[in-house]
Structure formats: C-alpha cells, structure tokens
Design a protein. Structure first.
Length: 407
C-alpha cells in the first residue's frame, strides 16, 4: 500500500489547471460586459466591474511561468515579476472590495458615505502596492525563482515582509468580499440568475482565501523550520485557477442565463401561438411575407399581429351566447376559470369559422373583444385540447337545445 501512496505535490500535479484557461474565461466575461461598461462609464459600478475583470485577466497573464520568465528577461532584473505579480494581485483584491462596496443591495450606492469608503479602499491598496515596490528595492533576491519564490525567499529580509504584506492584503479582501457576497446572495427579491451568479462569485472568493491561506501556511512553516512548500507550489496555483473560473462564471451566468431564458421564452411563445396562427391563416387565406434573418422577437410580433388582425375581422361573427354557455359548460366539466375562458373562446372561434358566412354579423362587445385579443396564447393552447373542446362544445349545444325545448 505504501508503494502506491503519492506525495501531496505529485497528487496535486495531476490536477494542474493552466492559467490560460481562467484568463480566457475572464476575457470572455470582460467582452460580455464591455459594451455596458463603455456606455455607462460614469457609473462607479460599471467602472468597478471593468477594473476587476481587467485586473483579473492581467493577473493570469502575467503570473504564468512563461510570462514571469519573459518579463524578468526583458527587464534584466532577476525576479522583477515578483512585485509586478504581487501588485496585480493586490490591485485585484482592492478592485474586488470596491465592487462589493459599490454594488450594495443590487444597485450602485452613490452616497457620500459610500464614496468615502471607496476612497479609503483605494488609498489603502495603493499604499500597499507602493510598499511592495519599496520592499523589493530593498531586498536582495539575485536567484531567479519562477514557481517557488514565496517559499524560497521566505526568510530573506524585506522580500519576506513583501510576501507577507501581499498575502495579508489579498486574504483580508477575500474574507470581507466573501462575507458580503454570501449575505447578499441570500437576500430576498433577487433574480434567480443573479443569485446563482453571486453564489459562484462567493465560492470564488472563498477559494481565493484558500489560495492566500495555503501560501501563508507554507511561508510560516519555513519560519518554523518545516517544509510545506507543496502548499504554495502545488496547491495554491490550481486553487487560484479554479477560483478565477468560478468568478468568471459568476459574471457570465446572469447575462448568459437571462439571454438564453429570454430566447427560450420568446421561442416558446411563438410556438404556442402556432395552432391559432395556422387556423387564422387557413381561414383568411392571407399570405404572410417572409422576412430574411428576422429575429425571434420580430417573428413573434408578426405572428401576434396577424392573429389579432384576423380575430378583429372574425369577432363580429362570434356568438356571445355560445361563449357564455361554453364557459359554463367548461366550469361544469371541472376546468378552472382561466382554462374555461380559453376553451369557451376557442369554441366560439371554431363556431364562427364554421358558419361565418351564414350568420348575421353582430357588433362585438368591447370588453369581450379586448379579453379575446389579450388571451391569444391561452386560446391557442386550448385548441390543442381536442377532447376537452369536443366535450365543452357538445355540452354547450345540449344546453342550448334544452333551453329551446328541443327534445
């Protein structure tokens, strides 16, 4: 059994996630939000969202091992990428706090108190970034370390304080942000897509907290003479990648989900009107012009307009008495009032189409006509309930014959 055991570092290597994957997803999230950010640039909420996504993309671009080596080579300074990456991570932490502070209760908070809090956050994290660069200038780090700088220089003066400073700043931001996001995600009155987006953002913040905790534990272990480097080198990077994926999904889900839900709702409404549309089209003999590349909304609007226009022409031939008897018959057969109204309207339309030419036209009443035009979707559904329509029509006809004394 011991021969099959794996070291933690070897086990975690199997779950390596390339930094380019979260970078790509964050870029997609930024592209989705970019039109709104540009259009509403004066809105502090949009600026906070844009800054967060842009900094998140920068973090996963400049923190990849290949980019770290390239930046060091271009600048000619060993480990120049260290303060650059630490600064980007710290700026991302501040941007996350700015977003949560600005985005309270589902809307941007533009109060004077909120502006004061935002300025304090900006000043605090700008101060941290300045301190990071100052400590790097004072530190002596001649050996380039691409993947394990945090633990390799954990006991080196000045760079030790720099590592501790960026981890504490990052962890504090993640802790505050995760608490605020989770509280908001469980508030009442949120859209379902937004609620799930917030939960994903909250989960991403918690994983970022695990990232900071893993690296900080490895550094403190060095101070205590223990070797837990795998926490920083093998655990923290995939945790950070997974956190970024969740954050990107948290931004993408509300927009993509709402878009797909709207498309599905429009297409379902278009499909549900199909029976009534085909019935009216067959009765009128009109040809509807085909529009190339019509949007789903336009096709739905054209179908609704055609049905209502045809019903306006047919309404004067609909027998109000038959409609009332059909409604009572549907109720007697156990249908709820809403469905009973739709079945009665469908029976009246079918009866009018069967004998429109023979019946003397009667002026349609305003309220009944308005109800008829508003309930076209329910009427179209009722046309698909053939057995119910037959039963309602038969009972309504029986009631009419009984009232007339026909044996």
């Amino acid at each position: 059994m011991t021969g099959l055991a794996l070291e933690p570092s070897a086990l975690l290597d199997r779950f390596y996630i390339s930094f380019w994957i979260p970078a790509a997803l964050l870029t997609v999230a930024l592209a989705i939000k970019l039109p709104s950010i540009i259009r509403l640039w004066r809105d502090p909420l949009m600026r906070a969202v844009g800054g967060l996504l842009l900094l998140a993309c920068a973090v996963f671009v400049f923190c990849t091992p290949s980019m770290i080596a390239r930046v060091n080579r271009l600048t000619g300074v060993p480990n120049f990428s260290a303060p650059l990456c630490y600064s980007l991570i710290t700026a991302l932490s501040g941007a996350c706090l700015l977003l949560i502070v600005t985005w309270r209760n589902g809307r941007a908070d533009r109060s004077a108190a909120n502006r004061h809090v935002r300025r304090r956050v900006v000043r605090a994290y700008v101060g941290v970034i300045i301190a990071l660069w100052g400590l790097f200038l004072l530190a002596d780090v001649p050996v380039e370390r691409i993947r394990d700088l945090d633990t390799y220089y954990a006991e080196t003066p000045f760079i030790r304080e720099e590592i501790l400073l960026y981890l504490v700043a990052h962890g504090a931001a993640c802790l505050i942000a995760s608490r605020l996001i989770w509280n908001w995600a469980h508030a009442d009155g949120l859209d379902a897509w937004l609620r799930w987006g917030l939960k994903l953002l909250g989960a991403g913040c918690v994983l970022n907290l695990v990232f900071s905790g893993s690296k900080l534990t490895a550094v403190v272990a060095h101070w205590c003479g223990r070797d837990l480097d795998w926490l920083s080198t093998n655990l923290a990077p995939p945790v950070a990648s997974l956190a970024a994926i969740l954050v990107a999904a948290g931004f993408i889900l509300p927009h993509a989900g709402q878009y797909l839900h709207d498309r599905w709702r429009v297409r379902r409404a278009h499909r549900e009107l199909g029976r009534l549309y085909r019935l009216m089209r067959a009765a009128s003999g009109d040809r509807v012009p085909f529009v190339l590349r019509a949007t789903p909304e336009l096709r739905l609007t054209r179908r609704e307009t055609f049905i209502r226009d045809a019903l306006l022409q047919l309404a004067r031939h609909i027998d109000p008495g038959l409609g009332l008897r059909s409604y009572e018959a549907a109720l007697a057969l156990g249908h709820p009032p809403e469905r009973a109204r739709a079945l009665a309207a469908a029976v009246g339309i079918l009866d009018a189409l069967d004998g429109a030419g023979a019946r003397t036209p009667e002026p349609a009443s305003g309220p009944d006509l308005a109800s008829l035009l508003q309930e076209i979707t329910a009427i179209s559904r009722a046309l698909g309930r053939v057995e119910d329509l037959t039963a309602v029509r038969s009972l309504a006809t029986l009631e009419k014959d009984t009232a007339a004394g026909v044996p």
